[in-house]
Design a protein around this ligand. Structure first.
Ligand code: PLP
Length: 384
């Protein structure tokens, strides 16, 4: 064994990936597992997007591009920010990265000095605290409650601010809670950032997957203090293409570009041309996906509550958080039972900081959802 850095030794492997690996192992052994652990749409990438990639290859667009992303794509993204989010970023204030993950990673590396604190509402996407720590920062969780629809409380955020606070992470619509923060909350958090000179890192990856609520970009209320992160993965069923992007203050985007230039350089050229088409014109695809997700959400929420696993109705994204106290003493045991006995793969809330709950993704067919509900019903000794 070689000697590894202390930095990497404290890095937690993704628990989502861990569950997926165990489910795959069972599947390989011939067991029919229903996976509700995945964080990706089950739809295929739209045909016009695939065609754009084929075209790029045919036309020889297969070499390095500008580190920051091709100008045409950054223009389309700036136009998307204007049209859909009411934000005015110039193409120079936009960077394209290898997934939203790299955009976020770049951002924390660019922002944080050792010991800088970053406020993260919990339950949270597991990568935020890990990325913050890896970049030398200190994640500070601020808990939210299911009875409030997991809305973040600006007062609680205010109370968590210290002289070491550098940034606040927001993720609306949220993975894992499905919360979509209303405008009043966003305005209050923006005020805090302006007043205390903080940076808001807002992850709006699920912006198009909203149901009864409207998605609002917080950068509208604090443009000089906000980095808006988004990407092609969830909106256009393009997880494997690895395209994320961000818009924000020029000096921050420049710093992110410098980091990217010394690590990966440009994201895949072919994927950039595909994303350009996706972002320019995918209204119909987005509408259709949203309709399907809504139907599935309604079914799974009614089903789980009917089985005694209390589950709030999420306003966005494609996850639900089920209370498993009727099933097991803690969420790890519940996730184990669900996988081993019911053959349904879910993610325990432990790493999301959601004790007593598991996350189920409904980015799977209605048939799978029905099947999963009846398996869970059997496990609990009740009908659906
Ligand atoms: N942000 C959130 C909240 C996510 O759930 C994910 C994916 O699971 C990402 C960012 C990263 O997505 P990608 O790197 O595929 O763009």
């Amino acid at each position: 064994n070689v000697r590894l850095s202390s930095k990497v030794q404290s890095l937690k492997p993704s628990s989502t990936v861990g569950v997926a690996a165990k489910a795959l192992e069972l599947q390989r052994a011939g067991v029919h597992v229903i996976s509700m652990a995945a964080g990706e749409p089950d739809f295929d990438t739209p045909p016009h997007v695939k065609e754009a990639a084929h075209r790029a290859i045919r036309e020889g667009k297969t070499k390095y591009t500008q580190v920051q992303g091709i100008p045409e794509l950054r223009e389309v993204i700036a136009e998307k920010f204007r049209r859909e989010n009411d934000l005015s970023y110039t193409p120079d204030q936009v960077i394209v990265s290898t997934g939203g993950k790299q955009a976020l990673f770049n951002a924390f590396l660019a922002l944080l000095d050792p010991g800088d604190e970053v406020i993260i509402p919990a339950p949270y996407w597991v990568s935020y605290p890990e990325m913050v720590s890896f970049a030398g920062g200190v994640p500070v969780a601020v808990d939210t409650r299911p009875e409030d629809g997991y809305d973040v409380d600006p007062e609680a955020i205010g109370a968590a601010i210290t002289p070491r606070t550098k940034a606040i992470v927001l993720n609306s619509p949220s993975n894992p809670t499905g919360a979509v923060y209303p405008e009043a909350i966003l305005r209050a958090v923006a005020d805090l950032a302006v007043r205390h000179g903080l940076v808001i890192v807002t992850d709006e990856m699920y912006e198009h997957i909203v149901y009864d609520a409207a998605h609002v970009s917080i950068a509208r209320f604090a443009p000089e203090h906000t980095l808006t992160v988004n990407g092609a993965s969830k909106a256009y069923a393009m997880t494997g293409w690895r395209i994320g992007f961000a818009g924000g203050p020029s000096n921050l985007v420049k710093a992110m570009n410098a980091i990217q230039g010394q690590s990966t350089s440009n994201p895949s050229t072919i994927s950039q041309y595909a994303a350009l088409e996706a972002i320019r014109d995918s209204r119909a695809f987005i509408e259709e996906a949203r309709g399907k997700f809504r139907e599935r959400r309604d079914r799974i929420v009614v089903g789980l509550n009917g089985l005694g696993l209390a589950t709030p109705l999420p306003q966005g994204a494609f996850y639900v958080m089920a209370d498993t106290s009727r099933l097991a003493s803690d969420e790890l045991e519940a996730a184990r039972l669900l996988l081993d006995e019911a053959r349904v793969a879910v993610v325990p809330g432990t790493d999301f900081r959601a004790p007593g709950r598991v996350r189920l993704s409904y980015a799977t067919s209605l048939e799978n959802i029905e099947d999963a509900l009846s398996r869970i019903g059997k496990l609990m000794g009740v009908g659906v």
